[in-house]
Design a protein around this ligand. Structure first.
Ligand SMILES: Cc1cc2nc3c(=O)[nH]c(=O)nc-3n(C[C@H](O)[C@H](O)[C@H](O)COP(=O)(O)OP(=O)(O)OC[C@H]3O[C@@H](n4cnc5c(N)ncnc54)[C@H](O)[C@@H]3O)c2cc1C
Length: 297
């Protein structure tokens, strides 16, 4: 985007770990990292993030400000746009320059259609970006971005965070869970092992799901089915154990960031899509993983 707009790619972060964060970002093309003092706000909420980013934007005059389309990024991004009285486009999946103007494409109707919008206001243009549309591409240049400690003075916030609840990951629906363990057909012949596998999944903080043959066999309720006619996953990690990788199962997991597959057959089709392929017996590996997490907890 920076190349397209003839700008230098920069980022803003809050926190004292600027140098180590900058080292992690080495190779991803960022030139400058503005690090804000976390003590600048009594609490970091969408309101205070928005104030801080607005203050940096007013001084640094970026052409485009991108936020992640997460609950925090969407809230803060819209606030910054309102403060700067500039155009805001949410959940973009692509950008292009047409003539002198920047256009953004976004999915609508649950991804069935797309529309293209463009900014009419002068820069900075503000957008949130659908994280599934992004890919981290390492370049040849291994330089870390230059860290610039930036000072911001914020107004007294008008809202404050009163309390937050930690959700027990095991209570989450499969589609909301960040870590899911899926178990396939082999469990049907060894149904007595199900509670042991459930316990192992719980020990690593995962929600347990199954493939269709398992729900068809009545071993688990339909709500726990992963696949085209069950739940669609969108979390960070899916550990598929004893699942061959049929198209009906795979189409519902394409949004998961990391796929780990465990199978006794080293030619199992699922290994072609897995980031980590483990040739092992799931009835040994899963309980061992559960035990390991207890000892390292
Ligand atoms: C209209 C339609 C809709 C469907 N919807 C879905 C759906 O929503 N979800 C879904 O899952 N399926 C769905 N299916 C079914 C789908 O086509 C497959 O039949 C199903 O996904 C296969 O499930 P599986 O991978 O568990 O079993 P299998 O294909 O039988 O694979 C079992 C795997 O376990 C491995 N294995 C065996 N023992 C062990 C062990 N001890 N340790 C490790 N690995 C072992 C084997 O090597 C094999 O790869 C649908 C089918 C149709 C026609």
């Amino acid at each position: 985007m920076a190349r397209l707009l003839g700008q230098r790619p920069c980022a803003i972060t809050v926190g004292g770990e600027g140098d180590s964060f900058a080292t992690q970002l080495r190779g991803f093309g960022l030139e400058k990292l503005y690090v804000l003092d976390p003590r600048a706000a009594p609490q970091w909420t969408p309101e205070t993030y928005a104030q801080a980013v607005t203050s940096v934007a007013l001084r640094r005059k970026p052409k485009l400000l991108l936020f992640a389309a997460t609950p925090l990024g969407s809230d803060a991004g819209a606030r910054v746009a309102a403060r700067l009285r500039t155009g805001f486009i949410s959940e973009c999946v692509d950008f292009a320059v047409e003539g002198e103007r920047l256009c953004a494409r976004k999915a609508v109707h649950g991804g069935e259609a797309h529309m293209t919008l463009r900014w009419l206001s002068p820069p900075p243009w503000i957008a949130t970006v659908d994280l599934d549309a992004l890919e981290a591409i390492e370049g040849a240049n291994r330089c870390a971005p230059q860290v610039i400690e930036d000072q911001v003075t914020l107004e007294a916030p008008r809202t404050e965070l009163v309390r937050r609840w930690k959700v027990d990951p095991r209570q989450l629906a499969l589609g909301e869970a960040s870590l899911v363990v899926g178990v396939g057909r082999p469990i049907i012949a060894r149904a007595q092992e199900l509670s042991r596998l459930k316990e192992a999944a719980e020990s690593i903080g995962a929600v347990l799901g199954v493939s269709r043959p398992v729900t068809d066999a009545g071993l688990m309720p339909k709500e726990s089915q992963i696949g085209m006619s069950g739940n669609w996953l969108a979390g960070d990690v899916y550990i598929a154990c004893g699942i061959s990788g049929s198209a009906y199962h795979m189409m519902a997991i394409h949004k998961v960031r990391h796929l780990i597959a465990v199978n006794i057959d080293r030619d199992a089709p699922i290994f072609k899509s897995a980031e980590l392929a483990i040739v092992a017996d799931l009835f040994e590996l899963l309980p061992a993983l559960g035990e390991l997490s207890k000892t390292t907890a």
